[in-house]
Structure formats: structure tokens, C-alpha cells
Design a protein around this ligand. Structure first.
Ligand code: XMP
Length: 508
């Protein structure tokens, strides 16, 4: 399959570039900035290279750099923001520390025709986020567009097919940004659009044959779309050698175990339900630190899977980890660890099982397309995502079975009310958070001193950024009334109005 590689210079939008290209139907993956010329040449069907943005200045000692040799391998290159500056820098041109910088939307004026900006209006909006600017260009390069503060806002070397844009075509604020990426990927790189659900499934199946062969594997089934999709695909390849394990940690959704039994019997999966509620609550007793909670849960999960594997003689553990889980757990060199996702960063090093993550390079919407293709039931595909550590990340302070029950029931109320209002499928997640504090209220003419609950309803496309949903007040009121009426431990409900960033979706 034709490929476009995005070299990661540490920009927060690096993965977005790769996503956009996949949306165009071309396979793309992110690699480290230091990837060598030889490594690039060894990638089969590599059609183009994109140098991402990044926070550094090309003159910083620690700034990520790539080898100038890559400019000579004869594969089209597009530099974006820092990538644009590094291209000029590598070709011995001048990059200047800008005095004012440009942040936000600005007008881009096209100066001359180019393959990269073909079909764009003479003046259009682009999104900028930079301080340094390219001051001069090597002799074969032409300035193709300018903005008020960047004379060289875009350049082209049509002979060697090397292009740079100071702005970010991958963000939605850039008008025709997708068109620019399409011009590069399809017209300049001539990449074939072969990346679709059937191809992805075919590739995963081939990989399963190679990685698992005749061995037995256990899959951690959480009831979410990721692990369910991985399970169905794996079952199609290894059949009865796949043991799907659902662990009831006591921190799962409302009536989840019943849901799992019903759903996966229909899908003909060899499903094992493990009741481990007591073990989880015992291990978490007295623990309040979020990362510690995550690590304990991750470790206990693996212990349970190790035990099952020994009993069943299974050698491989399959997990439904997807790309965004890994990014946030700090897998890429220049991204920082935000949380140890229990199915990624929280795994102990001495695990007995071999770990295999068939969906590791896919984004959520890609997984949903696969899920539909393999015939996964709609109620799973459309289901909200649920974090691996479960309700543990929604209980601030010590975790107890009682607090878990309060969060479980109240989250169910939130979901029910959203379903009634036809909003459930329009939001990314909706749940409550238990705060280990109390406040005064008045219930039945008497003073009450009870716990408040936070309602959090968010929308997101890819989990990387998110906004709180501007839910109509009457629905919020219904949610609040039902929670305080139906859950006796709660006398107050608040709505979380934070976006991500600066907050994360989960509270821990
Ligand atoms: P945050 O809170 O990081 O969440 O903004 C982004 C998305 O990831 C989910 N999440 C997890 N999923 N294991 C998972 O499988 C985890 O440890 C984990 N932590 C957060 C979260 O529910 C949201 O959808």
C-alpha cells in the first residue's frame, strides 16, 4: 500500500496530519524526526514525507533535526511550520527569530501558481502558530504565498518536489487545508487511495496469522468498540483459540456484566466472565493518588490475565489499544506522559504473556468503520467509550464499593436522559464524578450534609481535544433532579464546564 510518512518534530498537531491523510484514503504513519535516509528508503511504497510542526527553534541546541540527506532521496517532501523552517535551514537558508510571531487566523496571499496551492483562492484564511520565520530561500526555491508577517509563508521547489508552508493545513481553521494536503499527497506524491476498512482488516488478519499462529490467545474484552472489534477480527482468524475475558472489577458501567453476556453470546465468542470485584477494591483500599490507582489496576488486570493464561495454556494477550491511548501515554518521543493508560503505560514489565495490540495504529473513527464492516452490533459501535480503569478515574480520593455504586447509578441516569433527548449519540462521553467532599443542603425540610456529584458531558472527534457540551438547561435540570431524588447520598449536582485542554476528559 502506498504510504506517506510524517516525521515528528514534536508538534501537537503531528498526529492530526497523519489522520487527515488517512481520511484522504492514503496510509500514513508518524515516525521520529531522526529517522535516517536508509530507514526511509527501506519503507516499501513510500510516496511522500511530511515534516511536522514543533515547538523548538531550529537554532536551539536540543531542537529535533533530521538529516539533510533526506532532501536528496527523490521523494516529495512537505514541511509544515517548524518543518517549513527546517527545510530552509537544512538547505543553508536563513531562518530568523520573528519579533512578533503569528498566532491564529491570518490572510494568505497567493503570489504565483504552484502544484501545492492549486485551486486555492487568491486570498484565503490560514491558521498560524509560530515565532520564527524563513528569511531567505535556496536558489531553486520560489516563494508561492505570503502573509502580513511572513513574506515566505509558503515555498516550492517544483523540480525536486520540496514544499514548505508556515501555516497549518491540518487544522480546520485553515480554509482549504485539506485541499492543500490532497494536492500534495494525491497530485504531487501520486499516492494511491487504498486505505479503507477492508484493507485494514485484511492487513490485521495477516498480522494475526504471523504473530499468533496456532497459539492460544486471551483478549481483554471491555465492552467498548475497540476491544470488541479486535476480538471479532481475531476470532475470525484463530477461532476457538481465542478466549475472550471480561473482568468485572466492580468499577464497570451499570449492568455491564449482563450486557456483555447477552451481546457476545450473540457474536459467538468464547467468553469468560471473571468476578474480581473484591480483589480490586482490596488492592485500591486507602489509595488516593491517581497514577498509583492506575498502576494498581493495570497490574491486577495483568495478574488476572496471567492466571487465566496459565490455566488455558494461552501465550498471547490481545488488547484493543488504539493510537490515541498510546499518544497520551507518552509513546512518541516528543510527547509527554499525561496519564498511564492502564492498557498501555500501566503494564508491568515482567508480564508473562506476549502483548499484541492489533489496533495500535488506528484512530477511533477508523475502528468504528472496521467495527461496522465486521458486523459488530450497533449498540456497541455507538456506545460511548469507557476508560480501562473504569469508574476508578471518576472517584476522587479513596475508592469504595459504595462510591462506585453512586457513580455507576448516576452516570446511568445521565445516559438515560441523553438518550431520551436524542443526544446520546451526538456526544463523546457523559458521566458523573464523585468528589470526596460534602456540602450542606436541604431535603424534606431538614438539613442535609452530603456529597456533591459532578456531571461531565463532552464532545470530541478523536479524544485529543474536547469541549464540554452546551446541554440545554432543562435537560441538565432533569438530570440533577433525578440524581438527587434517586440517589440518597447526593444533595447537590454541578456541571463541569471545562474543555480539554486545559482539563482532561476524565478527572484522574
Ligand atoms: P482523558 O481523560 O485523557 O481521556 O482526556 C481521553 C479518553 O481516553 C479515555 N481514557 C482511557 N481509556 N484506558 C483507556 O482505555 C485508560 O487508562 C484511560 N484513561 C482515559 C477517556 O475515557 C477518554 O475517552
Amino acid at each position: 500500500m502506498d504510504k506517506i510518512v510524517v516525521l515528528d518534530f514534536g508538534g501537537q498537531y503531528c498526529h492530526l496530519i497523519s489522520r487527515r491523510i488517512r481520511d484522504l484514503g492514503v496510509y500514513s504513519e508518524v515516525k521520529q524526526a531522526s529517522t535516517t535516509k536508509e530507514e526511509l528508503l527501506n519503507i516499501p511504497n513510500l510516496k511522500g514525507i511530511i515534516l511536522s510542526g514543533g515547538a523548538a527553534s531550529v537554532y536551539d541546541k536540543s531542537a529535533p533535526k533530521c538529516n539533510p540527506e533526506i532532501l536528496k532521496i527523490g521523494i516529495p517532501i512537505l514541511g509544515i511550520c517548524y518543518g517549513h523552517q527546517i527545510l530552509a535551514y537544512l538547505d543553508n537558508s536563513k531562518v530568523l527569530s520573528g519579533t512578533a510571531g503569528e498566532y491564529g487566523v491570518t490572510d494568505l496571499k497567493i503570489l504565483r501558481p504552484s502544484k501545492l496551492l492549486k485551486g486555492l483562492k487568491k486570498i484565503g484564511k490560514v491558521w498560524m502558530n509560530h515565532k520564527d520565520i524563513v528569511k531567505t530561500l535556496p536558489k531553486d526555491y520560489l516563494v508561492i504565498a505570503s502573509t502580513k508577517h511572513s513574506r515566505i509563508a509558503a515555498f516550492a521547489n517544483e523540480t525536486d518536489k520540496i514544499y514548505g508552508v508556515q501555516f497549518h493545513p491540518e487544522v480546520t481553521h485553515t480554509e482549504n487545508g485539506i485541499k492543500i494536503l490532497k494536492n500534495f499527497v494525491i497530485d504531487i506524491c501520486k499516492a494511491k487511495r487504498e486505505w479503507d476498512a477492508s484493507h485494514i482488516i485484511q492487513n490485521i488478519k495477516q498480522e494475526i496469522i504471523e504473530k499468533i499462529g496456532n497459539r492460544k490467545a486471551v483478549i481483554a474484552l471491555s465492552g467498548g468498540v475497540d476491544s470488541s472489534t479486535a476480538a471479532i477480527i481475531a476470532k475470525e482468524v484463530i477461532g476457538k483459540n481465542l478466549i475472550a475475558v471480561y473482568v468485572d472489577t466492580g468499577l464497570m458501567r451499570y449492568k455491564e456484566t449482563e450486557f456483555m453476556e447477552k451481546t457476545f453470546t450473540r457474536h459467538n465468542l468464547n467468553l469468560k466472565i471473571v468476578h474480581a470485584e473484591d480483589r480490586f477494591f482490596k488492592a485500591l483500599k486507602g489509595v488516593v493518588e491517581p497514577e498509583k490507582k492506575r498502576k494498581i489496576i493495570g497490574k491486577l488486570f495483568i495478574d488476572i490475565f496471567d492466571e487465566i493464561a496459565i490455566k488455558e495454556n494461552a501465550k498471547v494477550l490481545i488488547q484493543g489499544t488504539i493510537y490515541s491511548d498510546r499518544i497520551e501515554s507518552g509513546i512518541t518521543k516528543h510527547s509527554s506522559t499525561i496519564k498511564s493508560h492502564h492498557n498501555v503505560g500501566g503494564l508491568p514489565k515482567d508480564m508473562k504473556l506476549e502483548l499484541y495490540e492489533p489496533l495500535r495504529n488506528l484512530y477511533k473513527d477508523e475502528v468504528r468503520k472496521l467495527a461496522a464492516k465486521v458486523g459488530l452490533r450497533k449498540d456497541i459501535i455507538k456506545r460511548h467509550v469507557f476508560p480501562g480503569p473504569g469508574l476508578a478515574v471518576r472517584i476522587i480520593g479513596e475508592i469504595t464499593p459504595q462510591k462506585a455504586e453512586i457513580v455507576r447509578k448516576s452516570s446511568y441516569i445521565v445516559e438515560q436522559e441523553l438518550k431520551k433527548a436524542n443526544l446520546y449519540e451526538k456526544v463523546w462521553m457523559a458521566f458523573t464524578v464523585f468528589l470526596s467532599i460534602k456540602s450542606v443542603g436541604i431535603q424534606g425540610d431538614a438539613r442535609s450534609y452530603k456529597n456533591p456529584l459532578v456531571v461531565r458531558i463532552i464532545e470530541s472527534k478523536d479524544a485529543m481535544t474536547a469541549n464540554f457540551v452546551k446541554i440545554p438547561y432543562d435537560i441538565l435540570e432533569r438530570i440533577s433532579t433525578r440524581i438527587t431524588n434517586e440517589i440518597s447520598e447526593v444533595n447537590r449536582v454541578v456541571y463541569d464546564i471545562s474543555n480539554k485542554p486545559p482539563a482532561t476528559m476524565e478527572w484522574e
